[in-house]
Design a binder for this molecule. Sequence first.
Ligand SMILES: [Zn+2]
Ligand SMILES: [Zn+2]
Length: 336
Amino acid sequence: MANKMRAMRLQATGQPLVLEWIPRPEPGPGEVQLRVLACGVCRTDLHVVDGELDEPSLPLVPGHEIVGIVMSVGEGVRSLHVGSHVGVPWLGWTCGHCDHCVAGRENLCTSARFTGYTLDGGYAEFCVADARYCFPLTGIQTPGDAQAAAPLLCAGLIGYRTWRLAGGDAPGRLGIYGFGAAAHILAQLAVAKGQSVYAFTRQGDTTAQAFARRLGAVWAGGSDETPPEPLDAALLFAPVGELIPIALSHVRPGGAVVSGGIHMSDIPRFPYRLLWQERSVSSVANLTRQDGDEFLPLAARLPIHTETRAYPLEQANQALADLREGRLTGAAVLMP
Ligand SMILES: [Zn+2]
Ligand SMILES: [Zn+2]
C-alpha cells in the first residue's frame, strides 16, 4: 500500500462519497505533493456533491480548505520546500493571460481550475497542488493548529473578499446573514475593526445566536427579524435567495448587500423601492491570491480563533450531513 492512499471520492453527484484506496498523486512540473493534515468542509462541497454546480471532474476528491505539509516538489518549484506548511484554497490555477487575469481579477479567469471541483482536493491523505497557488502558513505545530487553520482557507478567504466588497471596515453597522463558518470568522475581524455586528441566523436557532453574541455581535436574531438600527451593509452567507430583498429592506440608502455564496436559491421578485437610493446587490466569485496574501497574515495577527469540529476522513459524509442540517457551530474539519 506504499504508493496508495485513502480518499473519499465522489463517483456520481447526489450519491454519498465512497472510501477508496487510490494511487497517491505525484507532483508534475510546478506542483507540490502534500500530506493533508486537515481539510475543512465547505458549503460549496455540499453544492458539488448535491449536483448544484455543473462541472465537477468525476470521479472527484472534494475539499478546498487544505492544510498540508510539503512531501515532495515537482520540477521547477523554487518557492516551497519539503517540510513547509501550506494552505491550498479553492482557486487552483488560472491562465494568466485572459482579460480578467490581466486586469488583476484572476478570480474571474475564464479557464480557472478549482480545487476539489475541477481538480482533486483534500478529502484524502495526499494531494498535489500548483505551488504558485499555495499559501505559506506559519505557526502549524500540532494537528490542532492545522485543524484550526483549515477554515481560514475558504470560509475565511471568501468571507474576507465579501467583507471587502461590502466596504471593508467602512460600514459601522454590519449585518451578517447565515452564521456559520464564514460568519464566525468575519465577525471577529469586524469586531476587531470596531464595527458593530448584527447576526441573523435561521429562525429559532438560539445556539447560533448565542455563539454570535459570544463573538461580539451587538445583536443576534432570526433572519425574519428587524434589526434595532438600519444596517450600513449586509453580508450573505446563507444560500437562500429570499434573504436578498429582506437584507435590502434593512440596509440604509447607499448601502451594499453582498452575497458570498457560489450557489443560491432563486431570488423572489421585490419592489424597486428596496433597491432605490443607491443601494446595491452584488456577489463574490472565488478569490485572488492577493486576498490570501492580505487576509492570512491579518488572521494570524489579530488572531482569529476558529471553532471547529474534527471528523476522521471516513466520516466525510457525516460531516456533510451535519453541515446540511445546520448541526454545526463553526466549521467541520476532516483529519485524514
Ligand atoms: Zn485567466
Ligand atoms: Zn469553500
